[in-house]
Design a protein around this ligand. Structure first.
Ligand SMILES: NC(=O)c1ccc[n+]([C@@H]2O[C@H](COP(=O)([O-])OP(=O)(O)OC[C@H]3O[C@@H](n4cnc5c(N)ncnc54)[C@H](O)[C@@H]3O)[C@@H](O)[C@H]2O)c1
Ligand SMILES: O=P(O)(O)OC[C@@H](O)[C@@H](O)[C@H](O)[C@H](O)CO
Length: 384
């Protein structure tokens, strides 16, 4: 079985590649990082080490790679011959891989009538459907109808903390032991693709919201509160009692929203939250506040981890989630020089003021109490 995976980065090698190998696939990574591509082609294997007391190391074999900038035609051929396509490139990059995927899938239709599943493994709601939309922008009506018959794009939720890597071996990845990959099988035509470790569900929404608004909301606020307090590592940030307490308060707000909306058992959800906070504090992992806080424009979007639970909470309970508002305000303060999105936000604030920035980046309506609270929290933080 052949798998093509776009993005040979942290989650690509450290999670998806690992499960694909264990499931018996030959995996072709597609990436624009020439060094990683060349190393994968030279070694044809890499290691994944668990960040726990065992330090267990797994060898991932049967891999090679294509540099999509250098050899786009090879990518088209690889997609045409694939039994499964996955991606973990980041939501902002999905539109950039859509063209090659469209060409690969068109070519595949000439070679095979077998159904094919394409899964975007990104931290976003509706990632695979978003990729599908970007691919369909490149098709005529007849091609769209054929794609509808042969290809499915089930949304997914992926969870495993994989920090930026600092190993001497550039291919080696250290990952937390925990993982979860949930795929919406209601969107799959034909058989579910055989992937060890994947949970197929009939309705993804509760799972992706639970993951995004617990793991990623909690992670993001530790990163932003931590960065503003001068911490560069997630450990330092979490060791600060005030930040830990504020993070727990944020997660109490998302828990109230999630358990009400999806009727989750409150005790079971509380345990889920505690487990996640313990994962953030895993002493065997070193993670940076600037990795976790990366791309604040993306993280502040109305459908993402900060604003969506806040607006939903405000609507559902007719009360303002004060700690989520603090989290949003802290993301608006995030000014890391090496993050272009952080710089864009800071420039917008300098040129047009914070009210403009809140409206522009979060989409929160100016006449709401939530807007006013974010505004006040931003000003309050600026005094410190
Ligand atoms: N790292 C984690 O803990 C984690 C966990 C769950 C989900 N995710 C999600 O997985 C996705 C990737 O995150 P990551 O941490 O692996 O990031 P990463 O930066 O380590 O990996 C992204 C990879 O995509 C490659 N890339 C960039 N442009 C490309 C293009 N045009 N074509 C092909 N490849 C391209 C990059 O070179 C890089 O190797 C994100 O959506 C992230 O939210 C990450
Ligand atoms: O990847 P991002 O930028 O959406 O979010 C940063 C981290 O919160 C994220 O990568 C987590 O480590 C991951 O989602 C854990 O499953």
């Amino acid at each position: 079985m052949n798998a093509v995976h776009f993005g040979a980065g942290n989650i690509g090698r450290g999670f998806i590649g690992c499960l694909l190998y264990e499931s018996g696939y030959n995996t072709c990574f597609v990436d624009v990082n020439g060094e990683i591509v060349d190393l994968l082609n030279e070694k044809k294997e890499y290691t994944v080490q668990l960040a726990n007391a065992t330090n267990e190391v797994m060898l991932v074999k049967n891999v090679h790679a294509i540099n999509s900038l250098r050899d786009p035609d090879l990518v088209v051929d690889a997609v045409a011959n694939a039994n499964l396509v996955t991606a973990a490139v980041g939501p902002n990059i999905l539109p950039l891989i859509a063209g090659l995927l469209a060409n690969g899938l068109k070519k595949r239709l000439m070679l095979s009538k077998e159904p094919l599943t394409i899964i975007a493994c990104e931290n976003m709601i509706g990632g695979s459907v978003f990729l599908k939309e970007k691919i369909y922008e490149q098709l005529n009506e007849q091609e769209k109808s054929l794609f509808d018959v042969h290809f499915s794009f089930p949304n997914a939720a992926v969870d495993r903390i994989v920090p930026n890597q600092t190993n001497d071996d550039k291919l080696a990845v250290t990952v937390e032991p925990f993982y979860e990959w949930i795929v919406d099988e209601s969107e799959i035509s034909g058989e579910n693709p055989p992937i060890n470790g994947v949970t197929f569900v009939k309705e993804l929404q509760p799972f992706i919201e639970r993951k995004l608004f617990t793991v990623n909301t909690g992670h993001a606020v530790v990163a932003y509160f931590g960065y503003l307090a001068g911490y560069r590592s997630m450990h330092e940030a979490l060791a600060d009692g005030q930040i830990k307490e504020m993070t727990e308060s944020v997660l109490r707000e998302t828990s109230k929203y999630l358990t009400t909306k999806y009727s989750f058992d409150e005790q079971a959800h509380y345990k889920y939250v505690q487990k996640i906070i313990a994962r953030f504090a895993n002493p065997f992992i070193t993670d940076d506040t600037t990795r976790v806080g990366r791309s604040p424009m993306r993280k502040l979007k109305s459908n993402d981890r900060l604003v969506r639970p806040a607006t939903q909470y405000a609507e559902m309970f007719e009360e303002t989630p004060i700690y989520l508002a603090k989290g949003i305000a802290s993301a608006l303060h995030y000014d890391y020089l090496e993050d272009p999105e952080a710089q864009e936000i800071q420039e917008a604030i300098q040129q047009n003021g914070i009210a403009f920035a809140i409206e522009t980046f979060t989409g929160i309506k100016a006449d709401t109490v939530l807007f006013k609270t974010v505004y006040e929290q931003y000003k309050e933080m600026a005094k410190k």
